[in-house]
Ligand binder design. Structure first.
Ligand code: SAM
Length: 351
């Protein structure tokens, strides 16, 4: 890279929060949407001012930044158009959940990243609530933050559940333990998928309450779902016996390497010799698309600054090392699940 190009790239980093906030504001104030819906008959800033509730000054500063950042173009007559990047910022689902998550859940807290790195604790969490980790607070988050957190979480896992069900039900399990079952989406999907299966959701008490509220309204499955409020970080907590399948979706990445091993050891303590353990994760080294691996790598810093201070999005090799260390073997791998971000590791107790 030439010196001047490198200097330009360095300024993009120095001012990246300005670009981010410009994008968020242009969406919030309906400006990108209005530019796009007038694509056939392009608008100037003066014409745009008539259509959105923003001053000419406001539009000028925002759009100058958006043009410099490559989201919008302006032709010689000052007519505005979204670039392909701007179009994705406005319409792409992954970009939308990532942007809302960054803005509502992470933005203020990320200011505390240096302290979080130094202390190994989620120093930014205090910006949205007073809990030791975000998981104790999930059910109590203010509505907008809660929605952005769950939209982010569900965007990645929902798309994978259809294909995952086919894999998990190959051996016709009778009892599934959904560890980190959250609001019950997997429990609902699997109980609907198979009319005989029983599902037990294991999670922190706040999430168990949310899951119960959701599932109690669904008559044909509510009697086949049971609940166990549990804190996996409590050294005395136990995962009971009795599951054919232990299912953990986007769960183990919420913990440090040592904690992941401890949770696997809790499973090992009571599971049957032939139990199936399925771990579904978005591994940073198992992605086809740069956009996905970039998103996942950035997500690690959410864990650092806001979620719990000690976990991250992992690579598959790290997980397989921990699985092996805990006394399990990976007997099968299913990459590119759903829209392609997830991998399922099928594990069994070592013989
Ligand atoms: C990222 S969410 C994954 C939810 C769901 N399995 C999915 O695929 O979308 C992680 C879940 O783990 C739960 N969790 C985090 N820490 C926990 C702990 N110490 N004990 C029990 N559950 C915990 C959270 O409450 C949350 O429901």
């Amino acid at each position: 890279m030439k010196t001047l190009e490198a200097l330009y790239e360095a300024q993009k980093i120095a001012f990246s929060p300005f670009v981010f906030q410009t994008a968020a504001t242009l969406i919030e104030l309906n400006v990108l949407e209005t530019i796009e819906s007038n694509r056939e008959n392009k608008l100037t800033i003066d014409e745009l001012t008539q259509k959105v509730d923003v001053s000419k000054y406001g539009l000028t500063v925002l759009l100058e930044m958006a043009i410099a950042a490559g989201m919008v173009t302006s032709d010689e007559e000052g007519k505005l158009e979204l670039t392909k990047v701007g179009y994705f910022v406005l319409t792409d689902k992954m970009t939308k959940v990532n942007l809302n998550f960054t803005q509502d859940v992470c933005y203020l807290g990320l200011f505390n990243l240096t302290d979080a790195i130094k202390k190994g604790t989620p120093e930014g969490l205090k910006m949205i609530g007073d809990w030791p980790t975000v998981y104790e607070g999930l059910s109590q988050l203010p509505d907008k933050i809660k929605k952005s957190w769950f939209d982010f979480d569900h965007y990645y896992s929902d798309n994978a559940f259809g294909e995952a069900l086919e894999i998990i039900f190959k051996n016709n399990p009778k009892q599934i333990f959904d560890i980190g079952g959250n609001t019950g989406k997997w429990a609902i999907a699997s109980a609907k998928h198979n009319p005989n299966v029983q599902v037990k959701i294991l999670d922190l008490p706040g999430q168990i309450n949310l899951a119960q509220q959701n599932i109690n309204t669904i008559n044909d499955i509510k009697d086949r779902v049971s609940y166990l409020p549990i804190n996996m970080l409590d050294p005395l907590s136990e995962i009971p016996a009795g599951a054919d399948v232990y299912w953990m979706s986007q769960f183990l990445d919420c913990f440090s390497e040592q904690e992941i091993e401890n949770i696997l050891l809790k499973i090992k303590k009571n599971c049957a010799a032939d139990s199936d353990i399925y771990i579904m994760e978005t591994f940073i080294d198992d992605q086809k698309f740069q956009a996905a691996s970039y998103s996942l790598i950035a997500t690690s810093l959410y864990f650092t600054a806001i979620a719990n201070g000690n976990s991250k999005m992992y690579s598959k090799s790290v997980f397989k090392y921990i699985i092996d260390k805990a006394g399990f073997e990976t007997v099968n791998e299913f990459p590119s699940i759903g829209t392609g971000y997830h991998t399922i590791l099928h594990c069994k107790l070592k013989k």
